[in-house]
Design a protein around this ligand. Structure first.
Ligand SMILES: Nc1ncnc2c1ncn2[C@@H]1O[C@H](COP(=O)(O)OP(=O)(O)OP(=O)(O)O)[C@@H](O)[C@H]1O
Ligand SMILES: [Mg+2]
Length: 132
């Protein structure tokens, strides 16, 4: 277990950019933390580390956004595992891209074996603890 203390969104993005270099195609990374903790900020940094040029925005309404090297899921509004199945989530996980998943607890039965996890916790207005 490694713990990093971030003091700003930019510091979180910079950490995530470095973390991205440890990832391999096909890895599924669960981004865990309460609402507003910084899961999407982490996804933005990981995307930058993977060379994504586009802005990474929360996929809350789309459930999943697609970029060349990665998919970014937000399962907050997923209502059932069956809905996630119907959206083809298992195919995304099998596609050989890096998958970043917010609110993965809502689709737990669909997650593949061996997922990686990054936990981000609020420790102050701009302070976050990042645990891997
Ligand atoms: N050190 C920090 N690291 C990350 N975000 C921070 C930090 N300090 C403040 N913030 C702010 O916290 C918020 C994090 O928002 P973000 O959308 O990433 O959260 P989230 O975990 O994805 O929430 P949700 O569950 O609603 O999707 C942003 O407004 C960001 O500017
Ligand atoms: Mg988010």
């Amino acid at each position: 277990m490694a713990v990093f203390l971030s003091h700003s969104p930019d510091e979180t993005r910079a950490w995530a950019e470095r973390y991205a270099k440890t990832l391999s195609p096909g890895d599924v990374v669960l981004l865990d933390g309460e609402m507003g903790a910084g899961k999407t900020v982490l996804a933005q940094g990981i995307a930058r580390g993977l060379g994504v040029q586009e802005d990474v925005l929360s996929p809350t309404y789309a459930y999943v956004n697609s970029y060349a090297p990665m998919f970014h899921f937000d399962c907050y509004r997923i209502e059932s595992v069956r809905q996630a199945e119907e959206l083809g989530f298992s195919d995304y996980f099998d596609a050989g891209k890096i998958c970043l998943v917010e609110w993965s607890e809502n689709i737990a039965p669909l997650l593949p074996e061996g997922c990686k996890k990054v936990i981000i916790r609020k420790r102050g207005e701009e302070t976050r603890e990042i645990v891997t």
